[in-house]
Write a protein that binds this ligand. Structure first.
Ligand code: GLN
Length: 244
């Protein structure tokens, strides 16, 4: 890191469903509130980026059409992205972005959108869209947290030999069948939760910031912030889902 935390937002014009861009804003704000300077690289199809130089990569959700458009550009970056992931790049991928990291997505009209195959899972569209609020329990370094978010997807994701991000407490998660939500590998965090996820769940945001600092060998114990409003909002929605 050259004195700044380098954030990469891939395809900001196309992958930004349900306020997903808020994930970049929350990550950035929580760094800046601690006097950690951040630079945001917005990378569009065909533009160059060196993933190894990045500290945090964000891939948002998109419709089937947008995913199809992105798949080709993303495919050309597979090797580089795979190397950066192996060496600890912190990645957050939501919904459509999540699906693209796996083996493939079979859409409702029978089209196969090839994934990067960087994580071992696949997705196929179900008959019914999975829509609504969702609560998930996750484990971060042995500590359990509840995440709140919103999901809206037709794709059902099935994990092969990759860990889930967490377990569904309310809602559908990966497929509405196995009780699993998202996927996790090294510092890659995948989830169906829009909302957006990070502003609603500051514990996860801080975990990602801390992981990014740690990867650079920097002090990664973060100063606490006043999260009373975020906690209040989360309690309210968890109560509505009866999982608090
Ligand atoms: N197109 C995908 C699906 O419906 C992803 C949607 C999304 O990103 N919300 O499963």
């Amino acid at each position: 890191m050259t004195g700044m935390i380098q954030v990469c937002y891939l395809y900001p014009d196309l992958l930004n469903l349900y306020g997903d861009r808020g994930n970049v804003l929350a990550f950035t704000a929580r760094c800046r509130w601690r006097d950690l300077p951040v630079f945001i690289h917005q990378i569009r199809p065909g533009e160059n980026v060196d993933f190894k130089e990045m500290d945090f990569l964000f891939l948002g959700g998109g419709s089937d059409r947008e995913q199809g458009l992105m798949a080709e550009d993303l495919k050309s970056r597979t090797g580089e992205l795979g190397d950066a992931i192996e060496e600890g790049l912190v990645v957050l991928a939501i919904c459509g972005g999540y699906q693209l990291l796996g083996n493939y997505y079979l859409t409702g009209d029978g089209k196969v959108i090839p994934g990067l195959g960087l994580m071992n899972f696949y997705t196929q569209a179900g008959e019914k869209r999975m829509i609504g609020n969702v609560a998930v329990e996750i484990d971060l370094d042995g500590k359990k947290y509840k995440l709140a978010g919103f999901e809206n997807h037709a794709g059902k994701t099935y994990l092969n030999n990759v860990a889930p991000l967490g377990r569904v407490l309310s809602g559908y998660g990966n497929n509405g069948e196995d009780g699993l939500e998202g996927a996790r590998y090294k510092n890659v965090f995948c989830s169906y939760l829009h909302g957006p996820l990070l502003p609603k769940n500051p514990e996860l945001t801080d975990y990602l910031i801390s992981a990014a600092l740690k990867r650079r060998g920097l002090p990664h114990l973060l100063e606490p912030l006043d999260d009373s409003l975020e906690a209040f909002a989360k309690e309210a929605i968890l109560r509505r889902m009866r999982v608090n």
